[in-house]
Design a protein around this ligand. Sequence first.
Ligand code: ASP
Ligand code: MG
Length: 413
Amino acid sequence: MIEKDNRNLKLVVLKFGGTSVADVPQIKKIALKIKKEINLGNKVIVVVSAMAGVTNNLIDLVKSTSQTPLYSEYDVVLSTGEQVTSALLAIALDNLNIKARSWLGWQVPIISDKSHGKAIIEEIKTEQISKFLEKNDVAIISGFQGVSQENRITTLGRGGSDTSAVAISAAFSAERCDIYTDVDGVYTTDPRIVKSAKKLDIITYEEMLELASQGAKVLQTRSVALAMKYDVKLRVLSSFEELPGTSIIKEGKNMEKSEISGIAHSLNEAKVTLSGVPDQPGQAADIFGALAKHSINVDMIVQSSSINYEATDITFTIPETDLIRGESIIKKIQKKIGFKKFITDTNVVKISVVGNAMRTQSGIAKTMFETLANNQINIHVISTSEIKISVLISSDYYELAMRSLHTAFGLDV
Ligand code: ASP
Ligand code: MG
């Protein structure tokens, strides 16, 4: 639970991702952008990522020291990337005579739980920074990091500085939270795959949440959930061009004309089939309980009921990066469950179409399945939510699937 600070500062939060702070010239450019915001009479909290590529390099350093590192120390290493950019930006702002200083997560403090590498923010103390901003202009906070009750540095998971920025916006009751990145907004689909993808001016929190969790990488999923919960006014904008970006808003407005807002794809999928599962109560609970206990996220699930109630097949998907772990967990309970075979397929991609209109319009599933059929694309697994339909298909066809669905739903520019 984040407590809101109700003092009346006109405050905006600006977050800059790794490519926006990739080198010193870029950091100097951002300092100028921040100056413009101050000239408008705003107080600014800036949240920064590490320079592009730095976090990956830090992970490599840890991994080459140990394959089983102490996660508390892993976080100390990883948090250094953001420390560098926050201080460089403070120096660049000082050069422009702007009163600014840097703050590490523990200095704010941003208090998190102790799950290192994927910590959850519990509380942000606003006292010190609010006081600082009464007499100064810019507080720069290192994204992606917090401090546990045990006084250890934590990190929030890859892409976590989006979550830092949104949580900070909520805690300080900021007017808005602008996420500056290397694309000029949220697109109907990945423009590197579908050339005719177009930028959306607006999208709802819920649609954005589905798109982010289904593989669109523009915002960390958790940050969108948090923005929705605390009504944070969120925008995604380009650091490189002066363009209006995409506003993420509550429901209610009439969105784009087409039935769906976007198409996401996720390559990090593995399909697992347990064949010959004796058809008895409690089997699914045991299988998925064991995976949940080890924090492996199961996504799509299909089980066909057996005709004679003897044995059935259960198919599900988990992240490909968890497959080795998942396999050993399931094989440990093979005797207890009594299934015959453990079959995997990693040559799969999940494609999801997302749109609020699904709540009220019928025929969207029909359009989706017909389009895939017309392109001879076989569907392995289907799953749906109120505003999303996902299919698992062979990775050989995912680009074709995305392009043809983009056209079929009238999203091409
Ligand atoms: N630097 C961290 C990462 O690369 C956090 C972030 O950029 O959001 O994942
Ligand atoms: Mg990011």
